[in-house]
Design a protein around this ligand. Structure first.
Ligand SMILES: Cc1cc2nc3c(=O)[nH]c(=O)nc-3n(C[C@H](O)[C@H](O)[C@H](O)COP(=O)(O)O)c2cc1C
Ligand code: SF4
Ligand code: SF4
Length: 401
């Protein structure tokens, strides 16, 4: 059986699946359930410093899902592309309660899982106070959260609004913290990789990439944003491509491990992040919508797939996609003879391909859609939109191999 275990800063994780800091880890009960559900670690919901304490109380309701339950087949089938917008900045605990809750979580979980405390200050004093306090707890690991998508919207220098301070914060906290720690950054910075590199230099044990974006949707009937009226954390499984890009770029530059996770929805996404260079993979939204126990399903599926593919360990799979990820400069352009074709037996003459072909290369005839090879650009759009899988690509050079 494949070895799923990984290690960061001397802390052992029995598998690479982590419950990210979010509603499921709001207290020791949630953290225990996270570990019982099969994750190796849980990142507690973030503790905000005193100047961000507005964030300790939440709007009600505070979640808005777009394009979710109107999916055909729901709830037996779940969509892959939807948005969760939410405004839940931090833990509702103050400093003392938070530290006591972390201790309770560790007492309940014992050696079965890793408890990660998550801190987020708005001033250096706050960062330092929280670090001193967390040293006294039973937390196995600490995360410095410089990523909250909307904390700065409260008017304090926090989260994504302070991301340029991440290296300074890391350096200051590294002097105090007596536990291994990661720094969680925002994908909203112009160059998250450059920030990750500085964080590594400043002494972090790992970098967490990343939090969500911030945004809102306007209800045109009321001319107000849906929900609470302000920005919220904005994300969903469709963001995985964005996350994979940053993780793969960071993996090439960093020497410290990456805790990846943006848009994880199924076990294959965990594999994708590991192949892009991650050591651990966190999930927020998927755990919230599929339940704590999905972590066990993921690790089981991942493990049997790894056995089939011959990957003996997570370490062996880590970064295997990196040599295959090229820059646009090296992408092969306009290979000759590539064009579309249609299997007349499958074509129902629906015409969907015709409206999306911008080369006027498709005609609907009595026998079905017919492609004019001379006009066809080989763009592939007809294949992507055909509901019957009747359209396919002919790639003379590739097909001849
Ligand atoms: C409702 C909700 C609350 C969150 N709260 C926190 C938080 O307190 N601290 C934090 O670092 N990240 C927080 N996050 C971000 C998640 O930890 C995670 O980084 C993000 O959701 C991206 O992963 P996902 O696509 O798997 O959800 C929250 C996310 C959600 C959805
Ligand atoms: S591959 Fe592109 S150009 Fe060719 S038929 Fe299909 S949509 Fe038209
Ligand atoms: S979309 Fe597919 S099924 Fe519809 S006309 Fe085109 S090839 Fe035929």
């Amino acid at each position: 059986m494949a070895d799923l275990s990984v290690e960061i800063g001397g802390v052992k994780f029995k598998n690479p699946v982590v419950v990210g800091s979010a509603s499921p880890t709001m207290d020791h009960v949630g953290m225990r359930k996270g570990i019982e559900g099969g994750a190796s670690a849980v990142i507690a919901k973030s503790l905000f410093g005193e100047s961000g304490k507005t964030g300790r109380s939440f709007p009600r309701p505070r979640y808005k899902l777009f394009d979710y339950k109107d999916f055909p087949g729901y709830p037996d089938k779940l969509p892959h592309a939807f948005t969760l917008n939410s405004l839940e900045e931090c833990s509702h605990f103050g400093y003392e309660e938070y530290m006591a809750d972390i201790n309770k979580a560790k007492e309940e979980v014992g050696d079965n899982g890793v408890i990660i405390a998550s801190l987020s200050g708005a001033t250096m004093d706050e960062w330092e106070t929280m670090c001193r306090m967390v040293n006294e707890t039973k937390a196995d690991f600490v995360e410095l959260n410089v990523s909250c998508p909307f904390a700065a919207d409260m008017g304090v220098k926090m989260g994504a609004g302070a991301v340029e301070l991440a290296p300074t914060i890391t350096k200051a906290c590294a002097k105090i913290l007596q536990k291994p720690f990661s720094v969680k950054i925002s994908p909203q910075a112009a160059d998250p990789v450059a920030i990750a590199v500085e964080i590594e230099k400043a002494g972090a044990y790992a970098v967490n990439m990343s939090a969500r974006l911030s945004g809102f949707v306007i209800d045109i009937e009321t001319a107000r944003p849906y929900g609470w009226g302000s920005v919220g954390g904005y994300g969903g499984p469709y963001l995985i491509g964005y996350g994979l890009k940053w993780v793969s770029q960071a993996a090439r530059k960093l020497h410290i491990p990456i805790i990846a996770g943006l848009g994880v929805w199924e076990w294959q996404d965990i594999v994708r992040y590991i192949m892009a260079g991650a050591t651990l993979v966190q999930s927020g939204v998927a755990i919230m919508l599929q339940g704590y126990n999905v972590a066990r399903k993921w690790t089981e599926s991942m493990s049997s797939w790894m056995d089939q593919k011959g990957y003996a360990s997570v370490a062996e799979m880590k970064g295997v996609a990196l040599p295959n990820i090229i820059t646009t400069k090296f992408v092969e352009r306009e290979p000759e003879g590539v064009h579309a074709a249609v299997d007349a037996n499958k074509c129902t003459k629906c015409g969907v391909c015709v409206r999306s072909c911008f080369y006027e290369a498709i005609k609907l005839t009595k026998v079905g859609a017919v492609i004019n090879e001379k006009k066809c650009d080989g763009c592939g759009m007809c294949v992507e939109v055909c509901p019957q899988d009747a359209a396919y690509m002919v790639r003379p050079r590739v097909d001849a191999r």
